[in-house]
Write a protein that binds this ligand. Structure first.
Ligand code: COA
Ligand code: AMP
Length: 629
């Protein structure tokens, strides 16, 4: 089958194409209606099908003879632990954990927040919630209490599942003080919290609210799978947009299972029994789709890695796991490769390992920069494939379909649109741009299965945020171009989203925190290019008149504020005090111009600028402090 035949069919006959893919799964009731579209083009996939995602990912395989195959490998260099769960063991554990949640009153449609490190219990929790037909919302362990509080208020969970601690290389991060603070801050209070006590830290429990995981689990009984509609939510995952408030992306059970199952073969070329590893965290969409659901729906072995690409113990960590577990398809973010390249430029730490089982290396989360792609290709001798996706889609919008027809790799391109995604480059009036011309990357509606069609708790938000700008299209927030052979080049966000080490954050949200400092009158937080992390935020601040504060003191206080409000993953470090910000005559800060200046790119001063004299003044200050040459 050629890529083109596959793609064309998905465009001409989406119902036939996705209806056929749905047959690869065992439904309680196969959907009669494959796709319906609203008047404004929003698609609803498999809405009347009945199913359970955890059944499809676990019980189905046990029933079909995979019970003794390894489902999960837990590899934790930070605790010196390695453990395997077969499909039978994992199914039993999930069924009992679901029983534990049922004992706490969790039923279909209830929300459960999971705030956990990379341990098997995080995966077990997700699947247990799914087994009950309830909705999980995983919050990345690196988020600070106010971020967790926002998610508690928005998703109003009945139960929160957590662990006593996470481990960042050698540092034990206690979770309970963070959780307690978040619950203090939130208006909504969960009925119960269940705490998985780890040997590295025993967390004190709050009487009447908290329960010890092991004690509850010991009393619980395995429960079966609750059937849900294809359109019922499986999970809510919050992601940064352009505003300070994260958006709750709703993922529906039906479309999600069908798209992920399809992608495992079509994109990653793995079959049941193969070992697939996505080195990410279950707190991100990559972790949801390709640590948990995708590989398990396909009957693969997946790896839960509690470690880093470097420092646990060294830059050979990724190669060690690939070799030890015979990984066939591997996937991580460019930052991880850049970190490895920096520590081990000659890839000497790759040499002791047998990577012969590895077919392809996939990268996503941010643009794979050509030097890193070239380095990795040369050192590993493998094909390195970039693919582009978002929390909103849950799987690749563009990719190299390794299981259909591998296409030649073009450096800097995330290859071709994935079946189901009608990717266009448009100008701000919705006019299609010619080949190689940069514009807004948009996707013609309806979107394929798995893509979001609503924001949790806000019926209009999806339309407002994604559909209004270019009617008939979903606006991705990314800009780029398509070349004459149809290859897509994603060049970066066209909004205020910043990508730090593959972690998506909002500069608007960081700005709110910086602007809240008592000495700060106003500020602009912009994304500065960074060799390791891709981008890092930088604060350009104007002090309140009459306020004097030592630069170093302000710097330190702002770093702490951002860490406490959002989390250390923000990597906010640099602040520059300016006399004033460049503004248009109507008072809008010229962030794009600032961005270009700080990143040493060519810029044009817009004609709408209030006072052009401000630009040389800012460049002078940035030069003095070594931020621009
Ligand atoms: N819980 C608590 N804190 C966390 C955390 C977590 N789960 N994850 C990160 N942090 C903290 C780190 O400890 C660090 O804190 P510090 O400033 O006090 O040292 C800070 O957040 C920044 O972390 P990180 O971005 O991981 O930077 P690093 O310098 O420690 O490590 C890399 C650099 C490249 C190794 C790391 O960024 C990495 O592994 N990146 C890959 C990211 C990835 O896989 N993304 C997947 C999305 S697809
Ligand atoms: P997230 O929702 O956290 O997965 O972040 C999605 C955003 O990350 C996208 O909108 C892009 O800006 C960026 N991104 C992810 N993968 C790629 C890629 N392969 N190339 C370029 N940008 C990417």
């Amino acid at each position: 089958m050629s890529y083109q035949t596959e793609y064309d069919r998905s465009m001409k006959d989406p119902k036939g194409f996705w209806g056929d893919q749905a047959k690869a799964l065992e439904w309680t009731k196969f959907p009669q209606t494959i796709l319906t579209t609203d008047t404004d083009g929003i698609g609803h996939w498999f809405a009347d099908g009945e199913m359970n995602t955890a059944y499809m990912a676990l019980d189905y395989h046990v029933k079909n003879g995979r019970g003794d195959q390894t489902a999960i490998i837990y590899d934790s260099p930070v605790t010196n632990t390695k453990r395997k769960y077969t499909y039978s063991e994992l199914t039993d554990e999930v069924a009992r954990t679901a029983g534990m949640l049922a004992d706490l009153g969790v039923v279909k449609g209830d929300r459960v927040i999971i705030y956990m490190p990379m341990i098997p219990e995080a995966v077990i929790s997700m699947l247990a919630v799914a087994r009950l037909g309830a909705i999980h919302s995983v919050v990345f362990g690196g988020f600070a209490p106010p971020e967790l509080a926002q998610r508690i208020d928005d998703s109003t969970p009945k139960v929160i599942l957590t662990a006593s601690c996470g481990i960042e290389i050698k540092r034990v991060i206690e979770y309970m003080p963070l959780l307690n603070k978040a619950i203090d801050l939130s208006k909504h209070k969960p009925q119960s919290c269940v705490v998985f006590q780890r040997p590295q830290c025993n967390a004190p429990l709050v009487a009447g609210r908290d329960h010890d995981w092991a004690t509850l689990l010991a009393k619980s009984k395995a429960v079966g799978c609750t059937s849900v509609k294809g359109s019922d939510p499986l999970y809510i995952l919050y992601t940064s947009g352009t505003t300070g408030k994260p958006k709750g992306v709703v993922r529906e059970n039906g479309g999600h299972a069908v798209a992920l199952k399809y992608s495992m073969k079509a994109i990653y070329n793995v079959d049941a029994g193969d070992v697939f590893w996505a080195a990410s965290d279950v707190g991100w969409v990559v972790g949801h789709s390709y640590i948990v659901y995708g590989p398990l729906l396909q009957g693969c072995t997946t790896i839960v890695y509690e470690g880093k690409p470097i420092m646990t113990p060294d830059a050979g960590a990724l190669w060690r796991l690939i070799s030890e577990y015979k990984v066939k398809s591997f996937f991580t973010a460019p930052t991880a490769f850049r970190a490895v390249k920096k520590e081990d430029p000659d890839a000497l730490l790759m040499k002791p390992y047998d990577l012969s089982k590895l077919q392809v290396i996939f990268s996503a989360g941010e643009r794979l920069d050509p030097p890193t792609q070239e380095w990795l290709t040369e050192k590993s001798g493998k094909t390195v494939v970039d693919h582009w996706w978002q929390t909103e889609t849950g799987w690749g919008i563009t990719a190299n379909l390794w299981g259909v027809e591998p296409k030649p790799v073009k450096l800097g391109s995330s290859t071709l649109p994935t079946p189901g995604f009608d990717v266009r480059i448009l100008d701000e009036n919705g006019k299609q741009m010619a080949a190689n011309e940069q514009g807004y990357i948009a996707i013609k509606l309806p979107l394929p299965p798995s893509c979001m069609n609503r924001v949790w708790g806000d019926d209009n938000k999806f339309r407002e945020s994604y559909l209004q700008f270019l009617p008939g299209y979903y606006t991705t927030g990314d800009g780029g171009y398509i070349d004459s052979e149809g290859y897509v080049f994603v060049m970066g966000r066209v909004d205020d989203v910043i990508n730090v080490a593959g972690h998506r954050l909002s500069t608007g949200e960081i700005e709110e925190v910086v602007a809240g400092h008592p000495a700060v009158a106003e500020c602009a937080v912009i994304a500065r290019d960074d060799d390791l992390k891709g981008q890092v935020p930088m604060g350009l601040v104007v002090l309140k008149s009459g306020v004097t504060i030592d630069d170093a003191v302000l710097q330190k206080e702002l770093v702490n504020r951002v860490r406490e409000a959002i989390g250390a993953i923000t990597c906010y470090k640099d602040t520059v005090i300016l006399k004033r910000l460049p503004k248009t005559r109507s008072g809008k800060t010229l962030r794009k111009t600032l961005n270009k200046i700080v990143n040493g790119q060519e810029y044009q001063v817009p004609s709408t600028i209030d006072d052009p004299g401000v630009i040389p003044e800012i460049i002078d200050i940035l030069k003095q402090q070594g931020f621009v040459k």
